[in-house]
Design a protein around this ligand. Structure first.
Ligand code: NAI
Ligand code: MG
Length: 369
């Protein structure tokens, strides 16, 4: 059995608490001989700053690059509010994303039936929802040049941001979306604003051509980004995979994630380019939530987003989709039994601590084995 190297960055706040539950599951997978995971641990964010005055050390950056996948919990908190910008906890995250060249951000929105009443939308609109937003992460208006504020000298200033996309950037994010769709329900919705933006026109053209050339078996539709925002809250179950640029993806993924209830439930993945020789790619898996300083150290954080991030790693980095399905099924069964952490307490039969929730998921996994 080949060895899989996981680089684990628990970070700060509730990070170490939720990561501990993932470590339990990995230890069990190893003991069952399901796979052979080797865990190396590092420091990021405030934990790294406290230890050696940087948001992440060079040694840990090197370990992140050498690993088969990086699992990160969360960073940040008021304790580090005063520290210089380049060593702030968030700088560790940005460094990882940049140095691993993670250009594709995958944000699933899954509504477990047992939690459908926690959504702000009606049960029938979200129950069973399972969509994936693929956001381009390294291009677009957040990085395009020129980007500046000019003093016009007459009491006025002018701010300029520039949306830039090249063909290759659109193609590579398109491939991620089409490949994902083939493993899901085989449908991609591509979104831009070609009616008012040149970058939208090119986006539409490149995705359409890629579809014809390489993915004719996948269903493709195009929706303007504003219309898609409407459809996300009106009839979200029409979507399978949505692919869009950095800016629209930032907004639309936050909207989609809230269809499902709690931040404590939401995993994510960020993927780099495929190495043509090994077919492997750099990848970082992390929950969407932050370090939740308000509940840190209390043992009440929900570990499901972190556990779901492990499931995504199994599915997207290691071709272990069946194992990922089993973990997600275990989560679903735990919820159906009315076992909940405090953040998803609606309809609970019993409120569990972080560790109890991790144990409950593991118990379901074992029972199904
Ligand atoms: P947050 O996501 O940490 O917390 C928002 C609210 O959701 C809080 O009430 C928190 O208790 C709750 N919450 C979050 N995760 C939870 C979980 N697993 N279980 C139960 N409840 C949960 O966002 P906030 O408060 O805006 O930021 C706190 C710190 O985290 C800041 O320093 C921020 O910069 C950082 N942050 C880090 C991120 C990361 O590491 N990727 C992402 C977002 C924020
Ligand atoms: Mg955002």
């Amino acid at each position: 059995m080949s060895i899989i190297k996981l680089f684990v960055l628990p970070g700060d706040g509730i990070g170490p608490e939720v990561m501990a539950e993932v470590e339990k599951i990995v230890a069990w997978l190893n003991s069952e001989g399901v796979a052979r995971f080797e865990i190396e641990k590092g420091l990021v964010g405030g934990a790294a700053f406290d230890a050696h005055g940087a948001a992440i050390s060079e040694a840990d950056m090197a370990r992140a690059k050498a690993a088969d996948a990086v699992l990160l919990a969360a960073v940040g908190g008021p304790k580090w509010d005063g520290v210089p910008y380049d060593v702030r906890p968030e700088a560790g995250l940005l460094r990882l994303r940049k140095d691993l060249a993670l250009f594709a951000n995958l944000r699933p929105a899954i509504c477990y039936p047992a939690l459908a009443d926690a959504s702000s939308l009606k049960r029938e609109i979200v129950e069973g929802l399972d969509l994936m937003i693929v956001r381009e992460l390294t291009g677009g208006v957040y990085f395009g040049e020129p980007k500046q504020i000019i003093d016009l000298g007459n009491g006025q200033k002018r701010a300029i941001d520039t949306q830039v996309y090249d063909t290759y950037e659109i193609e590579r994010i398109g491939r991620v979306a089409f490949d994902l769709a083939r493993k899901r329900r085989n449908k991609v919705t591509s979104s831009e604003k070609r009616n008012v933006m040149k970058s939208g026109l090119l986006w539409h053209e490149v995705i359409s051509a890629l579809h014809v050339r390489e993915y004719p078996d996948v269903e493709l539709e195009h929706q303007l980004a504003d219309a898609l925002g409407m459809q996300l809250v009106r009839r979200p179950k029409q979507f399978d995979v949505i692919v869009t640029d950095n800016l629209f993806g930032d907004m639309l993924s936050d909207v989609a994630s809230m269809l499902t209830g709690s931040l404590g439930m939401l995993p994510s993945a960020s993927l780099g380019e495929k190495d043509p020789a090994s077919e492997s790619r750099k990848a970082l898996y992390e929950p969407v939530h932050g370090s939740a300083p308000d509940i840190a150290g209390k043992g009440m954080a929900n570990p499901i987003a972190m556990i779901g991030s492990l499931a995504m790693a199994l599915r997207y980095s290691f071709e272990m989709g069946e194992l990922a399905d089993r973990i997600e099924r275990a989560i679903s069964l735990v919820l159906e039994k009315g076992l909940r952490t405090a953040d998803i307490a609606g309809g609970a039969k019993q409120i569990l601590s972080t560790a109890q929730m991790g144990d409950a998921v593991l118990a379901e996994l074992k029972a199904a084995h």
